[in-house]
Design a protein around this ligand. Structure first.
Ligand SMILES: [Zn+2]
Length: 106
């Protein structure tokens, strides 16, 4: 199933609360955090995956949202729909890019 991108601000303008990119409600629950750290264009780096009380550290940076530098992914569960949601923030060509993507799981 294709991943849908949402590059506009994922926040409600009046409240600053993060919204679900699939159904637009404000009730999202953070379930996982991933951080990717590397020097520019390096083929290896540090990957930290935090799920609940578990912290896993390795050198696998294949899932990094940045093609050349550092990146951050936060996964959410929505109270209303079953979409698989990710907030991503990464550096590219001197800019920091932030957006959301999701897949409908049904
Ligand atoms: Zn939703």
């Amino acid at each position: 199933m294709p991943t849908k991108q949402m590059e506009l601000s994922p926040f409600s303008q009046d409240t600053g609360v993060l919204r679900c990119p699939a159904c637009d409600i404000e009730n999202l629950h953070q379930i996982q955090v991933e951080a990717f750290e590397r020097n520019e264009d390096a083929e290896t780096g540090t990957h930290v995956l935090i799920t609940g009380d578990n912290v896993h550290i390795n050198q696998e940076i294949d899932g990094n949202p940045s093609p050349r530098r550092q990146g951050l992914l936060v996964r959410f569960r929505c109270e209303m729909c079953s979409a698989s949601i990710r907030l991503k923030m990464y550096q590219h060509k001197g800019s920091t890019i932030m957006g959301m993507e999701y897949e409908n799981t049904k």
